[in-house]
Design a binder for this molecule. Structure first.
Ligand code: HEC
Ligand code: HEC
Length: 373
């Protein structure tokens, strides 16, 4: 069963502001300078969400339309519009074949400058109510896109320049009109550009992994090893004193496999709360106790998104398990669920096998998310 969420209310656009009284010499109205012609009524986009996922967060400020999603997809992949030297787009760091990550520990921007953090996967963003980026500093998905365009370590562009190119383009103005009902090129703004990007990003839903097929769709079976990884390790909480389990599902809980909340998961060995090289949430809230806390990322497609953590410090999932097994560094704000545990070789293999069931191959080639023609 697929639930349909109609995201677009009827937007009544009052064209009055764009009209001009004065006509030409013969009384015929001249088109306004920069006027755009063509269809201007966006078609509501119905986001298809499987019944086993939660309802998407509705953003009343950015209702989705078919034309808006198409426009956002085009911009997402457009190197000419987005980067100063025409070499990069959003997709340079968010590659579909890597579940929208880049395979690097820290992203490389234009001129190959290294950024501060690892690129995040862009799946299931429509379900996150808690702020975007590793530290949650972008309150809305559409506001998130302001920064990568202008950051010198990313696309190093100037929004005025992006808008100039969009307005002068042969094709984009009509697409903006179709998506947002605007009348003139001047009305192509940063806000509409990032809103279109977010509309496209919201459509990237990953819900067809083996885990989904076994647990929600009842069309597949776990191997014995995968089952052991799920039942005895991943989802088991540390309920009994003295018996320590991985309990990954406490923060990486189904169906999203990331709780979108902020935790210190114990990776940083620092002397005090003031010594984190990247303060994470603390840099946003200014609260010292939030230093070193990052948003729990999804583990969907985790086998494809190495290296791991906000700074890409772990190259493999084995290294990640070794970290969690070690129990972290006992800093005062470390999450109490980071307890440390011991796994036999067989259990370790089982947990890794389970993590591999979270890969959704259909996502990697789904044409709706690929570069447009
Ligand atoms: C140079 C590489 C690079 C480019 C180019 C880039 N990103 Fe990112 N992206 C990143 C990194 C690194 C992060 C993590 C940022 C942070 O936490 O500070 C990120 C995070 C994100 C997130 C947050 C995901 C989440 O779960 O919170 C979104 C959304 C996103 N990028 C969209 C975009 C869009 C849209 C563009 C194009 C306008 C873009 N990115 C261009 C590297 C890049
Ligand atoms: C206390 C909550 C919590 C628990 C329990 C937990 N994690 Fe995490 N996990 C996080 C947070 C927070 C991050 C991001 C930390 C960072 O990047 O600094 C993370 C990051 C990860 C990443 C990196 C993801 C990426 O995109 O780079 C992997 C892989 C991972 N965890 C696997 C596991 C496994 C396997 C377990 C169980 C052994 C587990 N986690 C238990 C909170 C938790």
């Amino acid at each position: 069963m697929v639930r349909l969420f109609v995201m677009l209310g009827l937007t009544v656009l009052l064209a009055a502001a764009g009209c001009r009284e004065e006509g030409g010499a013969d009384g015929v109205e001249l088109p306004e300078e920069g006027a755009i012609t063509g269809p201007n009524t966006p078609t509501p986009y119905a986001l298809e969400v499987p019944a086993y996922l939660p309802a998407p967060v509705v953003d009343a400020e950015n209702p989705m339309s078919v034309e808006g999603v198409n426009l956002g997809r085009r911009i997402f992949y457009d190197t000419d519009i987005l980067s100063t030297d025409g070499t990069m787009s959003c997709a340079s760091c968010h590659k579909q074949e890597l579940a929208f990550t880049d395979g690097l520990n820290r992203s490389l921007g234009i001129r190959r400058l290294e950024g501060n953090r690892s690129a995040m996967s862009l799946v299931n963003l429509a379900f996150n109510p808690n702020g975007f980026n590793w530290d949650g500093d972008a309150p809305k998905l559409w506001k998130q896109a302001i920064h990568p365009v202008e950051d010198m370590l990313e696309l190093d562009n100037d929004w005025e320049e992006v808008l100039r190119k969009l307005r002068e383009d042969a094709d984009y103005p009509a697409r903006f009109r179709a998506a947002f009902g605007i009348d003139t090129k001047e009305e192509i703004t940063q806000e509409l550009t990032i809103k279109a990007l977010a509309q496209f990003e919201r459509t990237i839903i990953s819900a067809n992994s083996k885990f989904d097929r076994v647990v929600y769709q009842n069309t597949d079976f776990f191997t014995e090893e995968e089952q052991l990884g799920a039942d005895s390790l991943f989802f088991v909480e540390n309920l009994a004193p003295g018996v320590l389990h991985p309990g990954c599902g406490h923060c990486h809980n189904a169906p999203g496999f990331g709780d979108n909340k902020f935790h210190n998961n114990g990776i940083e060995d620092v002397a005090s709360l003031d010594d984190f090289p990247d303060p994470g949430l603390g840099g946003v809230t200014g609260n010292r106790f939030d230093n070193g806390k990052f948003r729990t990322p999804t583990l969907r497609n985790i086998a494809l998104t190495a290296p791991y953590m906000h700074d890409g410090r772990f190259k493999t999932l084995e290294e990640v398990l070794d970290h969690y097994a070690s129990g972290g560094h006992n800093l005062e704000n470390e999450d109490p669920n980071i307890t440390g545990f011991t796994l036999t070789e067989r259990q370790k293999r089982a947990l890794l096998a389970f993590l591999h069931t979270l890969t959704d191959e259909s996502l990697l080639t789904d044409e709706r998310f690929s570069a447009p023609e």
